[in-house]
Design a protein around this ligand. Sequence first.
Ligand code: IPD
Length: 279
Amino acid sequence: MDSAEIEQCFEVALGLVKEAGQVVREAIKKQKTIETKSCNVDLVTESDKAVEKLLIEGLAKAFPSHKFIGEESTAAGAKCVLTHDPTWIIDPIDGTMNFVHSLPYTCVSVGLWAGKEALVGIIFNPVLDQMFTAKKGQGAYLNGERIRVSGQKDLSQALIFAEMGTSRDPEKVKTVLTNLTTLMPRAHGLRDCGSAAVSMAYIAAGFADILFHYGLGPWDMAAGALLVWEAGGVVYGLEGGPFDLMRRRVLCASSPELAQEVAGLLTQYQPTPDGDLMG
Ligand code: IPD
């Protein structure tokens, strides 16, 4: 895809994400209709479904040959496969649990990947009015102002996003708690933002220094990974090796030094022998 095509994709997606944000901004104040998905803390609301429909319909109209991976379409049985074709990867509301509780750390996340590379990333928190944007090779921005990762290398000064995730598998819960115990005395602070996409955008903006997670979908990471890269940060698999969007794990940080130190300290959790590959 050439730069003019990327620009056109970005502009269309930005307009739709703003519309989607308006839906989320209104709905967060109201009573929600909540259903559960994989377990009783994996939630979906009518707004998640409405926003995903709005985004996919709008993008498909503008780009009929493009493919889609959407969180709620996948939950409803659609295939979740990343090919080399231009693919929009959508989380209509990331941080649905926060949204249900009206906690304003929630966002619309839209990434465009092609040739297995991230080209466009947009993460919009409409409640706090934070629009994070990135295009490949052109930097990352918050509300139009250039952002950069903190560059922090020292774990004792690092603010960590240690997300709990939705799985209540006892082995996973034990691993998460073990890692919190390992990191807490070594880090400046530990936080769970409740939206992996918002957390990744915050790392890009230098508001925190590192995030790790064992149970994300591609829709949680597709836009955030580009933001972190474009802001000068690093994105790895959890073990400190190459990042694979279709594996459920990520470690992203303000510097390779910090990422590698934390990767070396983490107890790993691998639910299936192939690393819980999606698709
Ligand atoms: C969730 C959020 C959360 C993460 C969960 C995700 P959703 O996405 O990103 O931060 O810990 O694992 O499922 O369901 O709110 O779109």
